[in-house]
Design a protein around this ligand. Structure first.
Ligand SMILES: Nc1ncnc2c1ncn2[C@@H]1O[C@H](COP(=O)(O)OP(=O)(O)OP(=O)(O)O)[C@@H](O)[C@H]1O
Ligand SMILES: [Mg+2]
Length: 259
């Protein structure tokens, strides 16, 4: 369903070049949930940005379903690829209300600037917010800028899933939240992913989380995929084993180890 073939990204600024992603190949079947770990600067965010199309490829190919989307701009992919980042402000329109944001997500890909909120849609939105269990259904007309980080991130997850994407990209989307909210958003994300059978790539610095969720795991270092775990091997792996593996290759950084 998603084929990343020999993808590279080189950043050039003046005389300096940084190979952020180096000939990475990954094939994800529908419903695969891949967690990505790696030290700072390993190229994790760049890889997700390349899939979202917000950063152009230097070389390689990205094929979504049957379509080569390597040269397609982000807005052309947005209907098929949802992307949630660490900053809870990024995924939502802060000056619009909760209801308007959700309506926008639900109408993604259609040519409306401010989608009309029909009574039916409002009812549906109310129902979905209620199901989150954090009281957001009481704040339908509240501007998103007034919500807490956790509330915004919950909204961003709901928006991403309302758009019914083929691929969901999560770039440390719980990293800015306190532990309780982070756990809540992780749970929420996993529930949606399972219910909708989404194909997911999730970057996390938390090794325990990377092992706990999803069916596959990769470790990136200096732009390359060094290690992959899947199936039974992933289910039975432990954090100390991963730490040991990384320490042997001198690739672990403090954040990775402490996560
Ligand atoms: N726009 C850019 N211009 C130049 N270099 C960049 C740019 N974006 C990223 N890089 C470089 O590419 C490399 C990979 O960065 P990337 O953000 O993908 O790492 P990461 O694995 O997400 O790290 P972190 O864990 O810190 O988020 C880094 O060396 C970074 O400095
Ligand atoms: Mg990053």
């Amino acid at each position: 369903m998603l084929r990343i073939e020999q993808v590279s990204k080189t950043y050039r600024s003046g005389p300096d070049t940084v190979v952020a992603v180096r000939e990475v190949s990954l094939f994800l079947a529908r419903g695969d949930f891949l967690t990505i770990i790696g030290s700072n600067g390993a190229g994790k965010s760049t890889l997700l940005n390349l899939i979202a199309g917000v950063v152009p490829l230097t070389s390689g190919r990205i094929v979504l379903g049957e379509d080569d989307v390597s040269a397609a701009p982000a807005y052309r992919r947005a209907r098929r690829v949802s992307w949630i980042v660490q900053n809870p402000l990024a995924g939502t329109a802060p000056s619009m209300s909760v209801a308007e944001n959700l309506a926008l997500a639900a109408s993604r890909g259609t040519r409306t600037l401010r989608p009309a909120l029909s009574r039916r849609l409002r009812h549906e939105i109310h129902r979905r917010l209620e199901a989150l269990g954090i009281g957001l259904e009481q704040r339908l007309d509240c501007r998103v800028s007034l919500l807490s980080g956790g509330e915004r991130q919950a909204l961003a997850v709901l928006m991403a899933t309302l758009a019914r994407p083929e691929v969901l990209l999560l770039d440390e989307h719980t990293a800015a939240l306190d532990p309780r909210n982070a756990a809540l958003i992780t749970q929420l994300t996993c529930d949606f992913v399972e219910r909708l059978g989404l194909t997911v790539l999730m970057v996390t610095h938390n090794m325990a989380q990377a092992l706990e969720v999803g069916n596959r795991l990769v470790m990136m270092h200096r732009g390359e995929v060094l290690y992959e775990l899947a199936g039974e091997e992933k289910r039975t792996a432990s954090v100390p084993q991963l730490v040991e593996f990384f320490a042997q290759r001198e690739v672990a950084d403090d954040r990775l180890l402490l996560g």
